[in-house]
Design a protein around this ligand. Structure first.
Ligand SMILES: [Mg+2]
Length: 381
């Protein structure tokens, strides 16, 4: 595949409703897209990024232009005569020498988008869908819903939001918690919705010096308690896992394939939230899912409120047999104003995986016209 250039597009997107998580209310997203032009066709990729992102995740400003230039420079060096490496070697070609951890994650995110774009072209040329290429046996995957911290911590509003999600068929509720907002919302949801699968996600907001605050959540039958402590705290998570019956899930702690291995080896992780964009692409995510299966750790594919592009790719990964828990795979049109890509067919909490060649999403030119910044990176010297 001979490349002529990349276009980098930054697409601001508004969430239909604000989403509260520990210490943060999200209102906006910003898709950082790469559009690859080759002699065999055009491919698209998406970096997960959001304004106000916290460690380990990059903000759009951190990605573009520095990380993009760094990653494309490495890819150029690995592409003699403008012939790109095949998709399964792209992430390795984009990964540079060991850098600061925040640089590593930004580079992995851009590498994931480049891998996605190369795969998109390869699969269209080869007439294969991403799900088939990944060896996904399922035709449909289950999706769950995320319930944020409501404004003013109103329980009534939380219950209304959860009821709407269950009405659409969500297979589990992932509920944001923070210090001072944990037992009450979960107890109210359990009381109202009975046996619904409930996960609590703390986004690293609790203090590892006080693990006892979680004792009062241990009788609520949670599927898991996600990322109670800061991303670096593997040992505190391991100890909390020994204290509670509720399995401890890690999300932000799993910022690279190496960190997944480290967390599993440390027995810090009893459930894994895997995000292909953060980990460096679909192949890195599948490898992480396999490592989790070997360690008998259930996993699911987590979301960043992607556009239809990134989310279609996540859905294909979620079709792997190792991903045994419902993922964050709901339709982006339900949470984004101005989603620049089509998504998959969703009904009753199930997402039907794409069978057409390519990675499973098509651009919506009329939405992409709203792009505020475009930058062409020519491949010519
Ligand atoms: Mg999380």
């Amino acid at each position: 595949m001979r490349v002529s250039g990349f276009e980098v597009l930054v697409v601001p997107m508004r969430l239909r409703s604000p989403v509260g998580s520990a210490g943060l209310v999200q209102r906006d997203r910003s898709a950082v897209l790469v559009r690859l032009e080759t002699d065999q066709g055009v491919g698209w990729g998406e970096c997960p990024a959001y304004p106000g992102a916290r460690w380990p995740d990059p903000s759009p400003d951190a990605l573009e232009p520095v990380a993009v230039d760094r990653v494309l420079g490495r890819l150029r060096a690995a592409s003699a005569d403008a012939v790109l490496p095949p998709a399964d070697l792209v992430t390795a070609a984009c990964r540079g020498p060991a850098a600061r951890p925040e640089q590593e994650v930004a580079d992995q995110s851009v590498a994931a988008a480049v891998e996605m774009a190369v795969l998109d072209v390869e699969l269209r040329v080869g007439g294969q869908s991403l799900a088939s290429w990944l060896g996904t046996a399922r035709r449909e995957v289950e999706t769950g819903a995320l319930v944020g911290i409501p404004a003013d911590r109103e329980i009534g509003r939380l219950l209304d939001e959860a009821a709407a999600a269950i009405e659409t068929g969500a297979r589990r509720l992932r509920v944001k918690i923070e210090p001072g907002w944990s037992r009450a919302p979960l107890e109210a949801l359990r009381a109202r919705f009975g046996e619904v699968a409930l996960q609590a996600d703390a986004n690293g907001s609790f203090d590892p010096a006080h693990p006892d605050v979680f004792d009062e959540l241990d009788d609520l039958g949670l599927v898991c308690l996600e990322q109670p402590f800061a991303p670096a705290e593997l040992d505190a998570h391991r100890r909390l896992g020994q204290r509670l019956r509720t399995p401890i899930a890690l999300d932000e702690s799993l910022w690279s394939p190496g960190r997944v291995e480290a967390a599993l080896a440390a027995r810090a992780c009893q459930v894994a939230c895997l995000k292909p964009g953060r980990l460096g692409g679909v192949l890195a995510a599948v490898a992480a899912a396999r490592a989790c299966a070997v360690a008998q750790v259930p996993c699911f594919v987590g979301g960043f409120f992607e556009s239809g592009l990134g989310r279609a790719v996540n859905a294909a990964v979620a079709g792997r047999p190792e991903c045994s828990l419902p993922g964050d795979l709901s339709d982006p049109d339900t949470y984004l104003e101005g989603n620049p890509f089509s998504y998959l067919e969703c009904a009753g909490g199930l997402v039907r995986l794409a069978s057409a060649p390519g990675i499973g999403a098509e651009p919506r030119p009329e939405v992409l016209e709203t792009v505020t910044r475009r930058r062409w990176v020519s491949w010519q010297p």
